[in-house]
Design a protein around this ligand. Structure first.
Ligand SMILES: [Zn+2]
Length: 153
């Protein structure tokens, strides 16, 4: 038996919404205002999470909100990357004039990686394991876009 699917009115639905990132991410983004990055450390295994988590994925225990926050560097290692027409923050932007480089970066002092655009790299420049550093926005306000992306370290 086959099922026929008829697609009608293909298009985009626009919806404005705000969402709360939670207490851990709130604390994380607050420090961006001072161009600082923090992670939280598991009291059992010592793993450092950037972005922070409320449960350690290794030990499966709760990480307290009020303890074990540590500063990490705004420099790190490019773990992986991709070149795509999509933007990190806007998946509708399919027909971008230029391709964007998006990277997973493990900051020095962290055991996990964050995903941000890679800025001003030529394709041949990009290598996993290379050093990169945060490019901060001029006037950070304590939100995810305070980090514009990563540049050569
Ligand atoms: Zn742990």
């Amino acid at each position: 038996m086959s099922e026929k699917i008829i697609e009608k009115n293909k298009g985009l639905v626009k919806a404005d919404f705000g969402f709360w990132v939670g207490l851990y991410m709130d604390k994380f983004y607050d420090t961006f205002e001072q161009k600082k990055i923090i992670g939280n450390k598991c009291q059992e295994c010592g793993a450092v999470f950037v972005p922070p988590r409320n449960i350690c994925g290794i030990c499966n225990i709760k990480l307290p909100l009020d303890q074990n926050w540590i500063d990490v560097s705004d420099e790190g290692i490019l773990i992986n990357y991709t070149r795509t027409a999509y933007k990190v923050t806007d998946r509708r932007a399919r027909k971008a004039k230029k391709l964007n480089d998006i990277g997973m970066v493990q900051l020095e002092g962290s055991d996990t990686a964050i995903v941000y655009p890679l800025i001003d790299f030529k394709e041949d420049d990009l290598k996993t394991g290379m050093k990169v550093k945060v490019k901060w926005k001029d006037n950070p306000t304590g939100g995810p876009s305070d980090i514009e992306g990563f540049i050569k370290g």
